[in-house]
Unconditional design. Structure first.
Length: 752
């Protein structure tokens, strides 16, 4: 019979024998501890030693009894912080353990028994806060949906209604010919609903509403992404190139038929050897004085148009980008409407079309190659808004500078760099909805004696998905801002807007790529099954990082724009200008870098939007000034500017990234300010804080290097990111449901 006061040692016995990984050395450590206890008699020591004899393990019933004794003795679980606390509770007044407290705690450490971890052995399901966390909705989901949709809600509802019809059931055939035809049929339905021509002027059969067109593109992206790209090529790239680069005669001739899909077409810019470098295109359009025509010609195999959507099967005409040549003089790249096929689908003379075949994704889009062998087109087929050939055969343009004319022409096509990131955003929303709904239902592991818990309750799973959810909301508001800037553009703002569009295209599509990878992994084997759609979302959006401009190239464009803005502020990048720039734009850094601020870790400060904005602005300005300083030093040292930019390319990407993060943060802040419903504001504020702090955490190495924060502060940021994930978890399902994605589009069995 065990003496009553020796009850105190029961938790040690239980933990030793319930842990089958305990080593011989640890048993020896425990025996040494018992022998060292002067408060016990020899007889009591021998009793305790008998309970840690490897050759005489306790019975299963004895182990169970020990556990029951422990659980009965610790009614108030909140006061129990260590095994010593349990020992005291068990001993009651029979034994004063105070003299051996330090020895007891040392033993816990020597045995590798961590108090919090060990306590989980004695907590039932009812006591587990992890098990008790569950899904609720602390806000009106519909109000957040309305807030996200804004004034575009009517057109969004219409598109969702159309793509929820039975004829939009997903195509499951792996035959790309069947898939391509299905996607074409879907486009025809959308055209019949007057959704394709939404951006065209009303006098040419259109809706005259570019903002609605972007909302249509984003909403269609909840369905099949091949449909979105086919739709975007036909009505966006092909139709909008005619509208943006052509004049009245082109509108009257083509726009109505493009909008109804009576005239399927292509946007033929990219060549085999010249992807992003449009200036380097080799296809020629030579003017013929004798009959006032152009001859379109592909001079070599590497000059063929490649990866052209709509080319392989359906395209009848194309906007072809080619070098205009008059009397052997090259007038640079211009755009021409060139026929490809007749209405029966037969290729016209001189045109050779190839099929790009099966791709990693988007196999419902008929990408192809196009070559021209001296194809003659009439003079009026030149899209002549910015350049033309007059009746005398002379080149004319309202823009005297060749460079400016080229960039003005490309600038009219910036709409594609708004449509693609918005489409990517919708794909990220779909992936997160599937993954978060699944992780709220999927149960695995749990407290001893309790049932399994949803994997969304686990901190690491929250860490994997919820910062991405916050970022997706952030990108939503930033893309709304970009769209408004584009729709209300002024001539003097165009360069900045083009750079912002290029940057947000990169930011959104890279974000979607990373989000969908995490969603796939977070859904385990289920995420690998095609029926759950994450594979299609992943594969289809892979190319988003490349088309409409390779992301890395676009980010360099953004950085160069930031440097040109820098020059505008301070003229030449002299040392004094750089110093003034840093001083004027980072005055807050002087106070922020004092020892109190760099170490400040209270929640009020870390959750403060002013702290977030100052941290983002400081990083942006410092990186920009650093890049400017480095380029100046390289150029002063004798390097050509071209070489200097090449040396600092990696830093240029940092410049662009910091600028975009600041823009996204500001727009999230602005959005939260405007929401009126208090419950919605509360949850969106938490999401905003999670976005801000998870970005600071991601960039903590930079902040530490710069001295803007000390380790104690970045550790506190990490802790509060964890807490925000935990606080947002109950509302996570409601937050993805607020995207209001049609169930027929989600179509993932695990997301029901």
């Amino acid at each position: 019979m065990k003496p009553a006061k020796l009850q105190a040692f029961t938790p040690l016995f239980y933990l030793v024998w319930s842990d089958d990984l305990l080593t011989q050395k640890e048993f020896s450590t425990l025996k040494e501890f018992i022998n060292s206890l002067n408060v016990l008699s020899q007889e009591e020591k021998e009793y305790l030693l008998s309970k840690v004899d490897i050759s005489n393990p306790p019975s299963r019933n004895e182990l169970t009894q020990w556990k029951l004794d422990i659980e009965k003795s610790i009614q108030d679980k909140s006061s129990i912080k260590s095994i010593f606390d349990i020992a005291e509770a068990l001993s009651g007044s029979d034994l004063d353990l105070t003299p051996i407290e330090s020895d007891f705690i040392k033993l816990e450490n020597d045995l590798g028994i961590l108090g919090e971890e060990a306590l989980q052995n004695f907590k039932t399901k009812a006591d587990s806060f992890t098990a008790n966390s569950h899904t609720t909705s602390n806000f009106d989901i519909q109000k957040i949906t309305e807030f996200l949709d804004g004034k575009e809600a009517p057109i969004i509802k219409k598109v969702k209604s159309v793509i929820s019809r039975p004829e939009f059931a997903y195509e499951t055939s792996t035959d790309i010919n069947v898939f391509r035809q299905t996607v074409y049929n879907w486009c025809k339905i959308l055209a019949d609903e007057n959704l394709g021509n939404m951006a065209y002027p009303k006098e040419y059969g259109g809706g005259g509403n570019v903002e609605d067109y972007f909302a249509i593109m984003e909403t269609l992206s909840y369905h099949d992404l091949s449909l979105v790209i086919k739709f975007g090529v036909q009505f966006g790239l092909w139709g909008m190139s005619v509208q943006s680069l052509g004049t009245e005669k082109h509108y009257a001739k083509y726009l109505k038929d493009i909008g109804s899909l009576k005239l399927p077409g292509c946007f033929a810019m990219t060549e085999t050897h010249h992807g992003s470098n449009v200036k380097g295109l080799e296809t020629t359009a030579t003017y013929n004085h004798s009959d006032q025509t152009f001859t379109i010609h592909t001079p070599n195999k590497n000059a063929q148009k490649e990866y052209i959507g709509n080319a392989a099967v359906h395209g009848q005409m194309a906007t072809v980008f080619a070098k205009l040549v008059i009397d052997d003089h090259d007038y640079g790249v211009n755009a021409f409407v060139v026929p490809l096929r007749d209405t029966d689908g037969n290729t016209v003379k001189g045109v050779t079309i190839g099929d790009c075949g099966h791709k990693m994704g988007l196999n419902g889009v008929d990408n192809g190659t196009i070559s021209f062998d001296n194809v003659v087109i009439p003079k009026e087929n030149m899209l002549d808004r910015f350049a033309s050939v007059n009746d005398k055969g002379e080149f004319e343009s309202p823009i005297p500078s060749d460079n400016r004319r080229f960039f003005t022409m490309l600038g009219t096509l910036v709409g594609g760099r708004i449509g693609i990131p918005r489409s990517a955003l919708a794909a990220a929303k779909s992936g997160l909805t599937i993954a978060i709904r699944y992780s709220d239902q999927r149960r695995q592991f749990g407290p001893e004696g309790g049932s399994e818990v949803p994997i969304l309750n686990y901190r690491m799973h929250q860490r994997r998905l919820l910062p991405h959810l916050a970022k997706t909301y952030a990108v939503h508001f930033a893309l709304q801002y970009l769209t408004k800037r584009f729709l209300n553009k002024k001539e003097e703002e165009m360069q900045e807007i083009e750079a912002l569009a290029a940057g947000m295209k990169s930011y959104s599509t890279w974000s979607t790529r990373d989000i969908l990878q995490e969603c796939r992994e977070a859904c385990g084997g289920k995420g690998y099954l095609s029926e759950n759609r994450i594979d299609a979302l992943k594969n289809d959006t892979e190319i988003y990082t490349t088309f409409e401009g390779d992301n890395t190239v676009l980010m360099q464009l953004v950085a160069k724009n930031r440097l040109s803005e820098f020059r505008k502020s301070f003229g030449e990048m002299g040392s004094l200008g750089i110093i003034n720039y840093v001083y004027e734009n980072a005055k807050t850094a002087i106070t922020e870098k004092n020892p109190i601020a760099t170490r400040r870790t209270d929640d009020e400060h870390l959750l403060d939007k002013e702290f977030h904005l100052q941290a983002f602005v400081h990083r942006e300005k410092t990186i920009l000034a650093s890049a400017a300083r480095r380029i100046k030093k390289l150029v002063d040292g004798g390097l050509e500017a071209y070489d200097a930019f090449n040396v600092v390319q990696h830093q240029m990407i940092d410049v662009a990234q910091a600028y975009l993060e600041r823009i996204v943060l500001e727009q999230f802040q602005e959005a939260v300010k405007t929401i009126e419903d208090e419950n919605s504001k509360q949850i969106l504020t938490k999401l905003y804080q999670l976005y801000a702090l998870s970005q600071i955490e991601k960039n903590k190495a930079w902040y530490l290097e710069d001295g803007y924060m000390e380790a104690v502060k970045t550790k506190a940021v990490r802790k509060i990111v964890n807490q925000l994930c935990w606080d947002i978890r109950p509302d996570a399902v409601a937050l993805v449901n607020a995207f209001d994605i049609p169930e027929s589009c989600l179509a993932a069995p695990i997301a029901v």
